[in-house]
Design a protein around this ligand. Structure first.
Ligand SMILES: Nc1ncnc2c1ncn2[C@@H]1O[C@H](COP(=O)(O)OP(=O)(O)O)[C@@H](O)[C@H]1O
Ligand SMILES: [Mg+2]
Length: 344
């Protein structure tokens, strides 16, 4: 997922993104645009903990990539004035690694575990007592003579992030006192975000250009920021450095992003479903194989936006391309409608 140019709309972070993410990331809840419900609830949670001088309850953040989970985790630490230790599910590969992270935390620190659904079972089980009782159980010795000891830990707060809440085990979910789901952003919110980013990057941007970028960013802040950078490049190389509507259109055309924000792979997904599988129902794995893509990439990255915008629907028998998908690709939907699969 590091091929930025090939996948302009993939909301997964690339190296270039990470650099910009740091520059553009809001640092306080006040700067965090949108997600009103989450912001309010989280604000209260933080304020209450602050007043009591206690650690905040463990917080679970879920939602598609690029919507602001990592940003929120950092904001939580910032707002509380505590340190944040960032790691991820796959990075903690054995219980010992977890122990060394946990024993280095101070009271009220944030432990941010990204992709928490990818923790292995042993590590996950070791994390339970840590979250519940602030204790780490160590086994000493082997076999019949083995004894266990409890290591006390600082009273930390675990912030977990996941793109797949459904893959989190029930006991894991239960250990979070607060759980927030992030949704796609509105055009107005994205416009606000892109203007703020332009200001930080000292890029002059027209009102209509900002609106256009917001419309084409599939509800995702990371994407609107990425498109802004491409427009900035284009403006510098081909124009006088100003992001006008014309420049924006040209840059977007070069990236093959259409007027609804669909990129080439989105269209290929829909085309494949329609042309090879008569619009479905067709299984995710079959679509992925036909496109030589990972099923996870399609499911996590592309599908949420296509579903949310009514291009694709999930049925018990597989995915179906909707009438809107046919029309968007300039194809005639079959008589009787392509969505019958939904009724079966
Ligand atoms: N609510 C927001 N307001 C402003 N910018 C945001 C917001 N959420 C995300 N961003 C921008 O999008 C980028 C990606 O967000 P990030 O937190 O890394 O997403 P995630 O962790 O969910 O994949 C951030 O660097 C930030 O610039
Ligand atoms: Mg993240």
């Amino acid at each position: 997922m590091t091929d930025d140019d090939g996948r302009p709309l993939d909301p997964g972070a690339t190296n270039e993104d990470e650099q910009f993410d740091r520059t553009l990331r809001p640092r306080s809840l006040d700067d965090y645009v949108g997600q009103e419900q989450v912001r309010q609830n989280l604000g209260i949670l933080l304020e209450a903990a602050r007043r009591r001088g206690e650690p905040v309850e463990h917080v679970l953040l879920s939602g598609p990539p690029g919507l602001g989970k990592t940003t929120l985790a950092n904001i939580i630490a910032n707002e509380l004035g505590v340190a944040i230790r960032t790691t991820s599910g796959p990075a903690i590969d054995h219980a010992g690694a977890l122990a060394s992270i946990l024993t280095n935390l101070n009271d009220r620190d944030i432990l941010f575990i990204d992709e928490i659904h990818r923790l292995n079972a042993t590590v996950e089980e070791a994390l339970y007592p840590a979250m519940e009782d602030f204790a780490f159980d160590i086994v000493l010795g082997k076999g019949a003579g083995a004894t266990s000891a409890r290591l006390p830990l600082a009273r930390f707060t675990c912030v977990g992030a996941t793109t797949r809440q459904g893959l989190l085990s029930a006991p894991m979910r239960d250990r979070f006192g607060a759980s927030y789901r992030l949704d796609f952003y509105t055009h107005a919110e994205l416009e606000k975000i892109v203007k703020r980013s332009a200001r930080i990057l000292a890029l002059e941007i027209d009102e209509e250009a900002a609106a256009e970028l917001a419309k084409r960013s599939r509800g995702t802040p990371r994407i609107v920021n990425r498109l802004l950078r491409r427009v900035r490049d284009y403006a510098e190389v081909r124009a006088d450095g100003k992001a006008t509507l014309a420049v924006t259109h040209q840059a977007l055309a070069m990236l093959e992003i259409d007027e609804l924000g669909l990129e080439p792979l989105d269209r290929r997904i829909l085309e494949t479903m329609i042309q090879k599988f008569r619009g479905g129902p067709v299984g995710l794995d079959t679509i992925a194989t036909a496109l030589s893509e990972e099923p996870e990439t399609i499911e996590d990255v592309y599908e949420p936006f296509l579903m949310q915008n009514g291009f694709l629907a999930r049925t018990p028998r597989g995915r179906v391309a909707t009438e809107l998908a046919y029309r968007h690709l300039g194809l005639e939907p079959p008589a009787g409608g392509p969505e019958q699969g939904r009724l079966l």
